[in-house]
Design a binder for this molecule. Structure first.
Ligand SMILES: Nc1ncnc2c1ncn2[C@@H]1O[C@H](COP(=O)(O)OP(=O)(O)OP(=O)(O)O)[C@@H](O)[C@H]1O
Ligand SMILES: [Mg+2]
Length: 373
């Protein structure tokens, strides 16, 4: 096993196109780290640099104690699983899994044992003699995982390995893969743009964004455990990216004494976590963040500190176990959550909902950072 350390890593594909800028963080030995971010932000590029399939333009990349910037992929002791897992169609499942070991000239007995162990782990015993075309998508995905596992590498790299599977199988494989990693304790980096995968699979999450042309902006917005990222997003990007439905991010102002947030003429007392920071920003514009689960109907909630907000319903989204309501308040759309389907109002009607005031997040609109950071 091994840790992975990125030290001010940068990547330019051409002289004037910077894709990765100033990326610094580490993946601990045995950790399951998820990279999450929008399409095109550079997730695969970082993974491919770790694998050695892309050169590093600047900075230092280490696996364990060893700097690997100039080490060939085959000498990095890494196994990678891609989104398109490209099994060999003419080979059986057994041979697909064994192939990487055969070309490394590992003794046949040893290969047999390792393939058998992997097949046991992945529930592939019944399929070892089949060709890939006689397998379901999920079974093929497991063969691709088997190919990686039998090599017992120091590091697993996964690039959206579940995105070709249907929704149900994805949920199943997500849990299987997380369990497998916890058992093998192999250092793992897993790329996804699905924030549910990020929240449920990783020990920690690294939230990335496109770095753009500003030389001061890095791709890294925040690294933390799933709940740290969810409960205390460090900036507007993470706040808006993690969570479905999205966190409400509303233009507001701090009162002149810094004790209240002024939103639509309502005064909301600043929650304890932000008191010190709010005192430093008194009288200034802020962005108030509130998750939709903290806006709800009076008869469905039991919050110690709350206030009311009234608006006009734009649309209702019934999800079965809950209904997401989007309503307009003074030109801004606000989303809340209703738990029951009883007596739902209609679009165009007025609605008054409660806002849980001790669950607020405050951000500086200029720096886009969480107040107090
Ligand atoms: N070989 C290349 N040459 C030039 N630009 C590239 C190359 N590969 C990727 N890029 C660019 O680098 C950026 C990051 O690409 P990358 O594939 O790392 O994104 P990603 O976060 O994995 O996106 P997705 O979620 O869509 O897979 C993109 O803007 C892409 O167009
Ligand atoms: Mg990608």
């Amino acid at each position: 096993m091994a840790s992975i350390t990125l030290d001010h890593i940068g990547k330019k594909y051409t002289e004037d196109v910077t894709v990765i800028r100033d990326l610094t963080f580490d993946v601990r030995d045995g950790e399951f780290m998820v990279f999450v971010g929008p399409s095109g932000c550079g997730k695969s590029t970082v993974l491919r640099m770790i694998a050695g399939l892309e050169t590093v333009t600047s900075g230092k990349l280490s696996i364990g104690e060893r700097v690997v910037n100039d080490v060939l992929p085959k000498d990095r002791d890494i196994a990678m699983v891609f989104q398109s897992y490209a099994l060999y169609p003419h080979m059986t499942v057994y041979d697909n899994i064994a192939f990487g070991l055969q070309i490394r000239k590992i003794p046949e007995d040893e290969i047999k044992k390792r393939v058998q162990d992997a097949a046991d782990t992945l529930g592939l015993n019944a399929f070892l003699d089949r060709k890939p075309k006689a397998l379901s998508g999920g079974q093929r995905q497991r063969v691709a995982l088997g190919r990686a596992i039998v090599r017992s590498p120091s590091v697993f790299l996964f690039d959206e390995p579940l995105s070709n599977l249907d929704a149900e199988l994805r949920v199943h494989m997500r849990a299987e893969l997380a369990k497998l990693q916890r058992r093998l304790k192999t250092t793992t980096v897993y790329v996804t743009h699905d924030q549910v995968e990020a929240m449920t699979m990783g020990h920690r999450i690294c939230v990335l964004r496109p770095c753009g042309n500003d030389a001061q902006v890095s791709n890294l917005t925040q690294v933390g455990t799933p709940m740290e990222i969810y409960d205390t997003p460090a900036n507007l990007f993470t706040a808006g990216f993690m969570g479905t439905p999205k966190m409400n991010l509303l233009k507001a102002k701090l009162s002149d004494d810094g004790h209240d947030v002024l939103l639509y003429g309502i005064r909301i007392p600043v929650s304890a976590a932000f008191c010190d920071a709010a005192a430093l920003h008194k009288g200034r514009d802020v962005i108030l963040g509130i998750r939709p689960e903290h806006i709800g109907a009076a008869h469905e909630i039991d919050w110690a500190s709350e206030t009311s907000v009234t608006g006009t319903i734009e649309i209702l989204e019934p999800l079965g176990h809950e209904v997401i309501v989007h309503f307009e308040v003074q030109g801004q759309t606000v989303s809340g959550r209703l738990r029951s389907h009883q007596a739902l109002p209609s679009p165009g009607e007025s609605i008054t909902l409660k806002v849980r005031t001790d669950a607020m997040h405050l951000f500086d609109p200029k720096t886009e950072k969480r107040l107090g950071l």
